[in-house]
Design a protein around this ligand. Structure first.
Ligand code: AMP
Length: 555
């Protein structure tokens, strides 16, 4: 059997990738590294390069908190609190801090053994498996043994993976391209395999085995979701399709992929994470089904025939201990709108009209039911359907082409959405402050940022939109992820994604993006989204120039 490649060789490759701005060079570096690796090593290397330590959709994560990591680094290096703070302020990155401080280790391992991709992955698996009473001490011990065995450069990348902050500029499209190059797949084969397998590591492993060209959807392995293109008016949608299409209500809940096979039901989120335990009603709704299928749909808080506010779902995902109360307050109905797999076969390449016909046979209940839809063709019909949807408490419409296939992971023109309001932005909180008056003692002012390539650029500060209860939860969470405490102000790990509404975008030198949102307010906390899903500076700039256009036209 071939030996596992050294972890150092991967760390060095990642370092080179970080050092070049050229996408082509990044792809070439990864590709050259992957070539010749065993399938297991290729899987581990690709996953780590993508910034993850565990497979997408796996039940457990190898997460280790900032403070635990800092604790281990201090223990191993003997660094003082102020040396740690200084290093963090200098780099703004825990991985780089680890690299700097680990060059002076106080402790040494008993046996010096070189880390390999397999041994690091085994340690990650042990972290995932460590649960329950005493888990945090056991996890620290695992991380400590890794850090002790690591060179400073290796330590840097171990910490980067464990904090999910790789920042190599290797977006998943580039990684997929590199895997395709290393193992001789066409772009189309690679894209499809990546979308079907969901996890970039599993994809690389299959590619190294020579089996990626013909992968198929399988129950319990979540696939990437199809997304809808935003349109501003009913007229544009009518023009885009130019014929009879389906207008489905746009349900405001949590996107959920329901997998059922061999008597078991499992549910996955948009981020391909398992969320089964948060939705016992959906599991119960399918418990007697003898069929095997994968569904796409939306889990919506729903009672007496009407949708309830989306916020009522949040607690299901976050505060399991109050789950029963949450479920009583906001029972969930699952609105299925697509079928991806049925009885051993993929259905994604069938036309939507056919998928829908099959879906209606599989989903026949009330707690799990099919999405409402009306046939529309003209602008007027779309407008009427939109009004009806809004009057019933839904968000708008998703209009779909009956002939379209299910484009996994694509924002396809086969699905377009129509919402009423001005666009909102998904942003990440990077800093926060204590409030005043009624809000004294709680962290209620949030500075948030959008993405600019690898960097985060701030675009505003929001004070309103959350309930007192949400502010309490946010206070707890932000304290937990604080990386630097300045007393009244804290710098936090960029992790909490919120959706903000605003009146307009202005030019501003108050924020490093050069823009500021006017009157931003938080519409909701987006637990279903991660750092990779936030909006970009390009979108902000686009909204800014769109506004200008409108003003110019009006003038
Ligand atoms: P947005 O979150 O505004 O980008 O809108 C797209 C989201 O709408 C999808 O990711 C789904 O979660 C949600 N959605 C609600 N109803 C539907 C529907 N009938 N078809 C597709 N997506 C829907």
């Amino acid at each position: 059997m071939k030996h596992s490649a050294t972890f150092l060789s991967l760390a060095e490759t990642l370092e080179r990738i970080r050092g070049t701005a050229s996408k082509k060079e990044k792809v070439a570096l990864v590709s050259a590294f992957l070539k010749g690796l065993t399938p297991r090593d290729a899987e581990v290397a690709a996953r780590i390069a993508s910034g993850r330590s565990s497979e997408r959709g796996s039940r457990d994560e190898a997460q280790v908190g900032y403070s635990a990591l800092l604790g281990v680094i201090r223990e191993v290096t003997g660094a003082t609190e102020s040396a740690v703070s200084k290093s963090y302020l200098k780099h703004g990155d825990l991985g780089e801090l680890a690299e700097e401080l680990l060059s002076e280790k106080k402790e040494q391992p008993l046996f010096k053994e070189e880390l390999t991709l397999a041994s690091v992955d085994d340690a990650f698996a042990r972290l995932r498996g460590t649960k329950g009473h005493g888990a945090s001490a056991a996890k620290r011990a695992i991380v400590k043994s890794l850090i002790l065995a690591a060179t400073p450069l290796e330590g840097k990348y171990i910490v980067k993976v464990l904090t999910g902050e790789m920042r190599t500029g290797l977006v998943s499209g580039l990684l997929a391209e590199a895997i395709a190059g290393a193992f001789g797949l066409s772009e189309e084969e690679a894209n499809r395999a990546h979308m079907v397998l969901g996890d970039i590591g599993v994809f690389a492993g299959k590619a190294a085995e020579g089996k990626a060209a013909k992968v198929e959807i399988e129950p319990f392995r979540p696939v990437n979701f199809m997304l809808a293109e935003p349109y501003a008016t009913a007229g544009e949608i009518a023009e885009h399709f130019g014929r009879l299409v389906y207008a489905e209500y746009k349900y405001d809940g949590i996107r959920a992929q329901v997998h059922r096979s061999k008597g078991e039901t499992r549910i996955f989120s948009r981020r391909l994470e398992e969320i089964t335990s948060g939705f016992p009603e959906i599991v119960a709704a399918f418990k007697d089904s003898k069929r095997e299928f994968v569904l796409d749909g939306e889990a919506v808080p729903f009672s007496d025939g009407r949708p309830l506010p989306f916020q009522l779902l949040q607690r299901r995902l976050r505060r399991m201990e109050e789950f029963e109360e949450a479920a009583r307050q906001a029972p969930v109905t699952y609105f299925a709108f697509d079928l991806l797999f049925l009885e051993g076969k993929e259905t994604v390449d069938l036309p939507l009209s056919e998928r829908r016909r099959l879906l209606q046979r599989v989903v026949t209940g009330t707690t799990a039911r099919t999405a409402e839809s009306v046939d529309v063709a003209t602008e007027r019909e779309i407008q009427l359907a939109f009004r009806e949807s809004r009057d019933l408490g839904y968000e708008g419409l998703v209009v779909k082409d009956p002939d379209s296939v299910y484009g996994m992971g694509k924002r396809g023109s086969g699905w377009v959405k129509l919402k009423e309001e001005l666009d909102t932005l998904d942003v990440v909180i990077v800093a926060a402050e204590y409030g005043h008056g009624k809000r004294a003692g709680v962290i209620s002012d949030y500075t948030f940022a959008v993405r600019d390539g690898d960097r985060l650029k701030t675009v505003g500060k929001a004070y309103s939109g959350l309930t007192d209860r949400e502010i309490d939860e946010m206070t707890r969470k932000l304290k937990e992820i604080t990386v630097k405490d300045f007393g009244y102000r804290r710098q936090v790990k960029p992790e909490v994604v919120v959706e903000v509404a605003f009146d307009s975008v202005q030019k501003s030198d108050r924020h490093d993006s050069g823009f500021a949102l006017r009157f931003p307010r938080i519409k909701r906390i987006r637990d279903d989204k991660g750092l990779a899903d936030i909006d970009t500076i390009a979108k902000v700039a686009g909204i800014f120039s769109g506004q200008k256009l409108k003003v110019d036209e009006a003038a």
